[in-house]
Design a protein around this ligand. Structure first.
Ligand code: HEC
Length: 106
C-alpha cells in the first residue's frame, strides 16, 4: 500500500469523531415573540370582533402580562406551562413596542 494513502486514511479515521460532534447550542432556544403573537394572540386580537388590536396603543407591559395570565371576558388565561414567564415578558415587551399594524384597504 502506498505510504501516503495510509497516512491519509489514518487522518480521516482520526477526524471522523470530531466531525460527528455537532456544536451544542449555548442557550435554550427561545420562541420569537412575533411567532407567539401570531399563534396565540393575533388570531383574536385585531382579527375577531370584541378583541381589540393591542399593538400601537402603548399598552403597559404589566397589563399585557396580567391579562395573559388571568384571561378576560372572551379570552382564555395562558398559564406558565403554555407561555413561560420569560417568553411572556418578551411578548409583552414586543407588543408594547409594536407600531399599529397597517390596516388592509377596505
Ligand atoms: C379567544 C380570543 C383571544 C385570545 C386567543 C387572546 N385574547 Fe386577549 N382579549 C380577548 C378579548 C375578547 C378581550 C377583551 C375583553 C374585554 O373586553 O373585557 C381581550 C383583552 C385583552 C387585553 C386587555 C386589553 C385592554 O385594552 O385592556 C390584553 C392586554 C390581552 N387581551 C392580551 C392578550 C394576549 C397577550 C394574548 C396572547 C397570549 C391574548 N390576549 C389572547 C380575546 C382573546
Amino acid at each position: 500500500m502506498n505510504r501516503a494513502l495510509v497516512v491519509v486514511a489514518i487522518g480521516i479515521a482520526a477526524a471522523a469523531p470530531a466531525l460527528a460532534t455537532k456544536p451544542q447550542p449555548t442557550a435554550a432556544p427561545q420562541t420569537k415573540p412575533e411567532a407567539i403573537w401570531r399563534a396565540t394572540c393575533g388570531y383574536c386580537h385585531g382579527s375577531v370582533p370584541g378583541a381589540p388590536e393591542l399593538r400601537g396603543i402603548n399598552l403597559p407591559e404589566a397589563l399585557i402580562v396580567t391579562a395573559a395570565r388571568n384571561g378576560a371576558p372572551g379570552m382564555p388565561a395562558f398559564h406558565a406551562s403554555e407561555i413561560s414567564d420569560a417568553d411572556l415578558r418578551a411578548l409583552a415587551r414586543w407588543i408594547a413596542r409594536q407600531p399599529a399594524p397597517v390596516k388592509a384597504a377596505p
